[in-house]
Design a protein around this ligand. Sequence first.
Ligand SMILES: [Zn+2]
Length: 242
Amino acid sequence: MVSRRSGLHPVDDIPEARRQSPLRPATTNPSPRRWVWFGVPVLGIGAVLVWWFSPRATPPLGMPEPTPAEQPQALLGHFPYPEARAEDLQAVTADGRVKLHREAAQAFLAMQSAARAEGVILVPLSGFRSYQEQQSLFYDVKAERGQQVAERAQVSAPPGYSEHHTGYALDIGDGQQPGTHIELSFEQTAAFRWLQKRAAQFHFELSFPPNNAQGISYEPWHWRFVGSPTSLELFYRARQGS
Ligand SMILES: [Zn+2]
């Protein structure tokens, strides 16, 4: 039978009996193959040894290796945060000057009443901040103090990178000791001692405890709310070790 495809497949034109290729002569000397079996593992071990002893980039001593997720995002130790929407904000002072995201606002007001019932006055000093406000706080104070950016970033976040943008973070003072506002001495106040004991019940935590992994100066006055899925995600997503 003549195949219609025979033109495309010249092999079809060869009589079947002749198609088989002649047998290859039996190998009498197997040594080249033995060399392959021996050589492949030797080359493999060699490659592993070269890789193992080759110099590699290592983080400086004492610096935790950042996770890949946080490496491209962090700026001078601070993380980027979205600015809260105006309609989500609620005032926590009578004059309306200090505002928080309503979830944090309600929790703070409940915490403030609980403290007041025990004779402790928690004063909200600063809550939500816009990028614009953070810009003046970062650059104007930096200029005033003649600081380098890295130095300034130890105590203040660059615009776009402050927890205050979210409306979930606030600075708290002791109403009975205004001299300690935004000072390390706040740590010695009744308000701070009360917060250390009770803030977690209202889902507030210190953002920058002593020796924090972010490398930010200790701020006993700066607390953040982590009592809702949104706030928890904002502060904890891809933040191993911070
Ligand atoms: Zn703060």
